[in-house]
Design a binder for this molecule. Structure first.
Ligand code: HEM
Ligand SMILES: N#Cc1ccc(COc2ccc(/C=C/c3ccc(C(F)(F)[C@](O)(Cn4cnnn4)c4ccc(F)cc4F)nc3)cc2)cc1
Length: 472
């Protein structure tokens, strides 16, 4: 026992350590350890020493740590680079990632969102028309199957662009699936395993990258006019500070990264939202009443400007991200020994640190009835974030204060740049569902299904069936 290192969680077997307990039920594991060891403790995950720092202070320690001390690319590159492709995100120096995030944000403006809302709405309504799950006046739908398709259509039609949307449902549908299968936490641990799914992943990555590079080449040859601003057009004109333009390959790999980012987080969040609304019909009714109040009894078409007036829709998304944050564990590699403030602990360079903001988001000391899904708890707190002090890491201002109990989009230099797009996409999807249908859980099922932690994000256990009835 080393007095100036965090306590190590008891475990029977070396290497395996606490992998099973953590991998199966991370929150149960974190809460049990917090009771026994406090907010800072080390556990063994497949031979790696993971030092967890919980609570708002723990969140701040990881999110505000200096890049020289805490390295994201060393933690994530084995998982992401085989899927996204080389030269971007975690396969390049951090200062280049900061510029890539700046470029991406240039493509996520109110002007593009105004154009995306009708595109997303149309994808949802044509999904209702074409999908086998929504025939007739009532029925049931396995959300685990339907929502990933719906989210892929809406994100690819808007942010990715028409050609990508077209390809993903025809020539490249199977390839997207193969690439998606490669985006799994097992690859965190064993990226080099010559498993069949890794060979398929690599083939799919090359095919997807080629799809984007062919689109770019056609646009450069002037074969396509810029009717709609998609992210590919946006990235085509970007140059790094050192004068080097973003290469066609780097653009393709950034587009794959954005595709994977949005797909997993949005499908998890959309599924959990529909499940919790099915469990609480009174909130569905309140959402429907809000649509009438904001758009009139004839339900005028959704617009980006009006989305911001739908406070219950926005509070529902905030509350879903509190109860079900898609990314439950955020990891950094320790590069030099790090002192944990207010403790005697020095974390050695051989460790990884892990933040789990979802633990403080479900802590009774910060949120009354924390386990309860209650969007109304956010009424009056819509703008808390705005007056916080801000800092620019190279991709725009982010709040400096990261000692918050609620950080579904992270904080600091690695903070998410997709929050606004996600809110537009989720707000449009939820509004369109609520206008069209009423939901309920299968008869006899009282609550939403348990969480499946075996994917990259915290998913609802399949099939996540809900019953629907078309509104008259
Ligand atoms: C509900 C939806 C989403 C949630 C909850 C979410 C959450 C997060 C979190 C927690 C981080 C910090 C990761 C870390 O600190 O290791 C992050 C980073 C990021 N996210 Fe998201 N995200 C969402 C949607 C999106 C979308 C739609 C995009 C792209 C359009 C996106 C792109 C990114 C990027 C580029 C980063 C930066 C990673 C870095 O700097 O290391 N995210 N996101
Ligand atoms: N055996 C076994 C075994 C062992 C352990 C377990 C359980 O262990 C774990 C541990 C961690 C995790 C999830 C963390 C994690 C981190 C980073 C990323 C990411 F980088 F990918 C992302 O942030 C994602 N993102 C951001 N915004 N939207 N998406 C991202 C960034 C930029 C970008 F451009 C594209 C991106 F998409 N993804 C996920 C899941 C399971 C199971 C089985």
């Amino acid at each position: 026992k080393n007095p100036n290192q965090p306590p190590v969680v008891f475990h029977w077997f070396p290497f395996i350590g606490s992998t099973i307990a953590y991998g199966m039920e991370p929150y149960e594991f974190f809460n049990k350890c917090q009771k026994e060891y406090g907010d800072v403790f080390t556990f063994i995950l497949l031979g790696r020493r993971m030092t967890v720092t919980l609570g708002p202070k723990g969140n701040e320690f990881v999110f505000n740590g200096k890049h020289a001390d805490l390295c994201a690319e060393d933690a994530y590159t084995h998982l992401t680079t085989p899927v996204f492709g080389e030269g971007v995100v975690y396969d390049c120096p951090n200062h280049m990632l900061m510029e890539q995030k700046k470029f991406m944000k240039f493509g996520l403006t109110t002007e593009t969102f105004k154009q995306y809302v009708p595109l997303i709405k149309n994808e949802v309504t044509s999904f209702f028309t074409n999908s086998p799950f929504f025939k007739g006046d009532s029925g049931r739908v396995p959300l685990s199957t339907a929502v990933p398709q719906l989210v892929l259509f809406t994100a690819s039609r808007s942010l990715q662009g028409k050609q990508v949307r077209q390809a993903l449902t025809t020539t490249h549908a199977a390839l997207f699936h193969d690439l998606d299968m490669g985006f799994t936490p097992v690859n965190f641990m064993f990226p080099w395993l010559p498993l069949p799914h890794n060979a398929k992943r690599d083939k799919a990555q090359r095919a997807m990258a080629k799809l984007y590079m062919d689109i770019i080449a056609r646009r450069k040859a002037g074969e396509e006019q810029e009717q709609e601003i998609d992210m590919i057009w946006n990235l085509m004109n970007r140059t790094y500070k050192d004068g080097r333009p973003l290469s066609d390959r780097d653009i393709a790999h950034c587009m794959i990264a954005l595709l994977m980012a949005g797909q997993h987080t949005s499908m998890a969040t959309t599924t959990w939202t529909l499940l919790h609304l099915a469990a609480k019909p009174e909130i569905q009714q309140a959402l429907y009443d809000e649509q009438i109040r904001v758009f009139g009894k004839d339900l005028a078409p959704l617009t980006y400007e009006k989305l911001s007036e739908l406070s219950l829709v926005n509070n529902t998304i905030k509350e879903i991200l509190r109860v079900h944050p898609p990314l439950h564990s955020l990891i950094r590699k320790v590069k030099s020994p790090m002192h944990v403030p207010n403790t005697n602990y020095i974390i050695p360079a051989s460790h990884f640190v892990m933040a789990a903001p979802g633990v403080s988001a479900m802590d009774e000391q910060f949120f009354k009835n924390a386990k309860e899904f209650d969007p109304f708890r956010w009424v009056g707190h819509e703008k808390d974030e705005d007056n916080a002090e801000k800092f620019d890491f190279g991709f725009g201002l982010v709040s400096k204060g990261t000692a918050s109990p609620y950080l579904p989009f992270g904080a600091g230099r690695h903070r998410c740049i997709g929050e606004q797009f996600a809110n537009v996409q989720l707000g449009t999807i939820i509004s369109t569902f609520v206008r069209e249908f009423e939901f309920s859980l299968p008869p006899g099922q009282k609550d939403v299904p348990p969480v499946d932690y075996n994917s990259m994000v915290a998913l609802a256990t399949a099939p996540a069936m809900v019953h629907w009835k078309r509104r008259q």
